[in-house]
Ligand binder design. Structure first.
Ligand SMILES: [Zn+2]
Ligand SMILES: [Zn+2]
Length: 357
């Protein structure tokens, strides 16, 4: 299905977007050593790359903790509850738990290791050309010139801010993540639990992850309660708890995590149904109270089913950072630090791309 129509009506400077002109940091070193370098090796970000750039992860601590919690709970469940429940009730219990567990794990790994929709930073030439254009449009008495663009999206005026780190105008719904230090398309939030940003390219995996984790946690919780109840029949409940300390540990982990996971699933279901991001919801971007005038979410398709389809089943755009690609020897550093870079000359214009819809 086609997305919302976007028409650019005012443009004070060129936006930029494109995979092929990613960062060519360290071109001088590259020139001295002949080995061709992959783009992930020179990519300026807080993100770590593994397996030759195939996998990326922005934070290890939270991801490891999530993995540990899920693995511990599930392994304890399979070792201490499943044999009893399968004998007493049905073999379907371990089978359902195993299916849910594999689904949860695959969604978690997809969310954590997928590029959330990072926009490559402007190269030196692109940044210089954009800077020149901004200077030309601003009057000499007003400095610095207003670094905003305005675009019309479904009849709603949307302001695009300039990103001083990435040296470009952020496309609609893009935000700069302070943890990953990248501009991320359709930025939802940075999730420390999955160790990655949640954005345009991994939101559906994130949503499937929290939804399936809710089911897994609720399922294990119900099974553990059933296990303890069946065991304590005809004996003291407290002595049953003492006999099965690890089952009690599962019960505690599930009891404390289930509320937050269910709450998060409910909140994201609301966001999916209204085609909102967490970022927009927190900022109240489309709330009618803001600025006095009524504003509606221009990205909403006005139907819950269409919104769900658009957010969860829409086409996945390709990754723009092309991290496995090779650095071209003539590309220049996207450095925001150094201003004495070599002049770009005519190449600058060739590198620019038009405004981003
Ligand atoms: Zn940025
Ligand atoms: Zn992030």
């Amino acid at each position: 299905k086609p997305g919302p129509a976007i028409t650019v009506i005012v443009q004070k400077g060129p936006g930029r977007l494109g995979a092929e002109r990613l960062a060519g940091a360290g071109n001088r070193e590259a020139a001295s050593d002949k080995r061709p370098r992959r783009k992930w090796e020179v990519f300026r970000t807080a993100t770590a790359f593994y397996c030759g750039g195939s996998l990326m992860l922005a934070g290890h601590g939270g991801f490891a903790l999530t993995l540990l919690l899920i693995l511990t709970t599930t392994v304890l469940f399979f070792v201490f509850d499943c044999p009893f429940l399968a004998r007493q009730l049905t073999l379907a219990i371990p089978i359902i738990a195993a299916i849910l567990f594999f689904f949860v794990m695959s969604c978690l790994l997809q969310t954590s290791f997928t590029d959330p929709g990072i926009l490559p930073r402007a190269t030196v030439c692109e940044a210089a050309a954009l800077e020149k254009q901004i200077d030309n449009t601003g009057s000499s008495t007003y400095r610095p010139p207003p670094r905003t663009q305005e675009v019309m999206i479904n009849g709603q005026m949307v302001k695009l801010k300039y990103c001083f780190t990435c040296k470009m105008f952020r496309p609609p719904r893009t935000s700069h993540c302070s943890v990953c230090d990248n501009c991320v398309e359709r930025f939802d939030h940075h999730c420390p639990w999955v160790g990655n940003c949640v954005g345009r390219r991994n939101y559906r995996f994130f949503y499937a992850f929290i939804l399936s984790l809710s089911f897994l946690t609720a399922f294990i919780f119900a099974c553990v309660v059933t296990h303890l109840t069946l065991r304590s029949q005809g004996s003291n409940f407290l002595s049953t708890l003492k006999e099965t300390p690890l089952t009690v540990l599962e019960l505690v982990i599930c009891f404390f995590s289930i509320w937050s996971i269910l709450g998060l699933s409910g909140f994201h279901t609301y966001l999916v149904a209204s085609n909102l991001t967490t970022n927009e919801d927190i900022k109240g971007s489309w709330s009618s109270k803001r600025g006095g005038e009524a504003s509606v979410n221009p990205y909403s398709h006005k139907s819950v089913i269409t919104n769900c389809c658009a957010v969860l089943c829409g086409p996945l755009p390709p990754s723009l950072i092309d991290r496995r690609g090779f650095v071209q020897p003539d590309t220049l550093l996207p450095s925001p630090i150094r201003s004495d870079e070599p002049a770009c000359g005519a190449k600058a214009d060739a590198n620019m791309v038009g405004g981003h819809p």
